[in-house]
Design a protein. Sequence first.
Length: 391
Amino acid sequence: MAQGMPGGTGAGALLSILRDGRARTRAELVQLTGLSRSAVSQRIDALLHQRLILPAEETTPSGGRPATAFSFNREARVVLAADLGVTHARIAVSDLGGAVLAERAADLPIDSGPEPTLSWVLDTFRELLAECGHIASDVCGVGVGLPGPVDHESGTAVNPPIMPGWDGFPVPDWLGERLGVPVLVDNDVNIMTLGEHWAVYPEVEHLIFVKAGTGIGCGIIAGRRLHRGARGAAGDIGHIRIPTIDQVQCRCGYVGCLEAVAGGAALVARLRDVGLDVANGRDVVRLTKEGNPLAIRLVRQGGREVGSALASIVNFFNPTLIVIGGDLVEAGDHLLAGVREMIYGRSLPLATQSLGIRASELGDRAGVTGAAVMVIERILAPETVDRSVTT
Ligand SMILES: [Zn+2]
């Protein structure tokens, strides 16, 4: 019996081994899986037939007869990814290894409603496919991130506060009917979390990703897997009540929420109050880079508010790493300094002993990377591969 093969003993489990990018011979695969040589050959044939692996001649170390090695074919299919924010969108085509083959960013207001937004996404997908030399039949799935609460199972937004017309809209059906492939949907923070963890910190067991943009939210990796909670609402820290601050009205209807004080929209409002010309989080970042003292002070204080909310979460969840992303993190050290000050000052020593707090490495690409990864991990899951090679 095969030992130590995650995901069973089928072709999908064999593919999981090869996904690390190293080519391996039949003999190596027999040794790694504990399967018989004929069983390994049968699974290799199935994967070759699907073009999920490719053969390559390799000379044996002893200089004897060359043995054929097999490697994962990351170019076998492509994935379409869309990261839809409140005011702008990023669309990409990626290979099965998560590498972006073509991408586009554009201003796209989500409040124009689902059909106009998704029509633009669909047109852009088709243009990008042509740009990187692919056709519709190369596409194996679509991943979409939305800037509001999403029920991941049904792929629909649930009472999104700033997305008129999107509540319950069947995004997977609408895009699926037009593209003929599975469509997975999640909220923007979860896909950013997936992307950053997968591309930059795959070995980290417990990670929190905070998006500090127009709003504030966080994604949770627990035991190397995204934790969505019972209904997909896990990590919604934007509406934690910050006790020490003024009674600021939040868009959720309550007062004193973290987002209402430290979110990009709140900082924009404060800067406009003193007559500065700012429209969004990127303008706030620009002001901090120009050395505007009020902008710097607001961003740093915002960092402290985020940090004080995170301090309790650090005690509760004990992550190894906190990654801060979103527009506001581009303001450099001002935001992170505030976050660090409160977390290290208020969390328990055992929880902060080896805790890292860093800015996102992927930046504004975290979302499309994660949207693609969400699809890749579904399509290449051993059980999915096993089903596709037997039908
Ligand atoms: Zn709120």
